[in-house]
Design a protein around this ligand. Structure first.
Ligand code: RIB
Length: 317
């Protein structure tokens, strides 16, 4: 019986990343400067970030019976995740084709593979088997019906839920109803709000968010955090106010998976009882550190740095 208090459901990918001056236009071939094969997938990234931040984490997902699946198992086992609900299924594992341009901007195409075979029933059963569940984390790179079933099960068990609305998709009311924390970047929040019938300006700036986030949290019915890259993150908890945290600017080398690093650290800090403002600051500090290194999971702060990052999160607010 898995006993982790923090459970992440989502996809695990192998990331095939080409580093180049600029990404090709349609019909164009450009030469890259570097290439790497790394471990990714928004679900697995968030689980790994949370584990490195010091949390005991269980991961619910699916991988294929191929060499990429072997790589995922090895990597996630090394990270110390509980993998009782990481099932292997026939066919290919999830894979992401990534371009990272000079300056760190990226483009990502994901093939879900095995992650696309998660079902509502298996997700609900897997979540329900976590008798010590306190927080469930999900994203939108798996079937929304699976996300809905997982969140509903967690809420029925009295747990809190974190929904990272990445990639940018409208979120049905059935999912929002069971979301405690909604975490989105500036593009994703506009999509979510549009889907919920809330009109937003074209450009979502710090001022726009600061002015609007209380109303957005009310309209969406949950706590809301908007992440803003090098401008940090802004959160609002109804009845407890709005908080903006940003840190020293860094030179970004590769921003792939930085949002996942934020989510994992935020969840891990909440689990260990940090106030949400400190958890938000901790997420910003870790994500900001991660963009100075290449890759997704390969860029996250190491487990040996967990205490140092926690102390910085505590001192920052
Ligand atoms: O959020 C970054 C992740 O998105 C990458 O690791 C890639 O696998 C895609 O899922």
């Amino acid at each position: 019986m898995p006993n982790a208090p923090l459970v992440v459901i989502g996809n695990a990918n192998v990331d095939l990343t080409t580093y180049l001056q600029r990404a090709p236009e349609r019909g164009e071939t450009v030469l890259g400067q570097n290439f790497s094969i790394g471990m990714g997938g928004k679900g697995a990234n968030q689980a790994v970030a949370a584990a490195r931040a010091g949390a005991q984490v269980s991961f619910i997902g699916r991988i294929g019976e191929d060499a990429f699946g072997d790589m995922v198992i090895t990597a996630l086992t090394t990270e110390g995740l509980e993998l009782e609900h990481l099932a292997r299924v026939p066919g290919p594992s999830g894979v992401a084709s990534i371009y990272v341009e000079d300056g760190g901007a990226n483009r990502i195409a994901v093939f879900a593979g095995a992650s696309g075979t998660l079902t509502q029933e298996s997700a609900a059963q897997a979540v329900a088997s976590h008798t010590d569940l306190k927080i469930l984390v999900s994203q939108l790179e798996i079937d929304q019906r699976v996300v809905a079933a997982a969140l509903a099960t967690a809420r029925a068990m009295g747990a809190h839920t974190i929904l990272n609305t990445a990639p940018a998709l409208a979120v049905p009311e059935g999912i929002l109803r069971n979301t405690t924390w909604l975490i989105a970047n500036e593009v994703e929040i506009a999509t979510v709000l549009g889907g919920a019938g809330v009109t937003t300006p074209q450009e979502i700036t710090v001022d726009v968010i600061t002015a609007g986030i209380e109303g957005w949290a009310l309209a969406l019915g949950c706590h809301v955090i908007v992440t803003l890259g090098d401008q940090g993150a802004i959160g609002h908890v109804p009845g407890d106010g709005t908080f903006h945290f940003s840190t020293e600017p860094v030179t970004a080398q590769d921003t792939v998976g930085a949002g996942d690093c934020f989510v994992g650290y935020f969840a891990a800090h909440l689990i260990e009882g940090l106030p949400w403002r400190n958890a938000l600051a901790g997420g910003v500090l870790a994500a900001s550190d991660s963009v100075t290194r290449a890759g997704a999971q390969s860029s996250y702060p190491k487990r040996s740095q967990a205490e140092q990052f926690r102390n910085r999160a505590l001192d920052s607010v």
